[in-house]
Ligand binder design. Structure first.
Ligand code: SF4
Length: 68
């Protein structure tokens, strides 16, 4: 669990795919917000499946953005 997710609120359309995949990490009302942590592979899958690339992942070990 080294990836830190954040939401680009200007890009999120709030349709909830991320919450369906990782309800322990994402909660969606009008917009997604991060409520917890999850496995890196699950976070990467959620980020890749987000239709608007609103999920930003940063590697906490290196500080580098890994997605998008
Ligand atoms: S999948 Fe992307 S667009 Fe959909 S609610 Fe999550 S962050 Fe927002």
């Amino acid at each position: 669990m080294s990836y830190i997710p954040t939401i680009d609120e200007g890009s999120c359309i709030g349709q909830g795919d991320c919450m369906d995949l990782l309800p322990e990490v994402f909660q969606v009302d009008d917009c997604a917000r991060v409520i917890g942590t999850g496995p890196d592979d699950g976070l990467l899958k959620a980020a890749r499946e987000c239709p608007t690339e609103a999920i930003v992942l940063v590697d906490s070990r290196t500080g580098e953005q890994v997605y998008p």
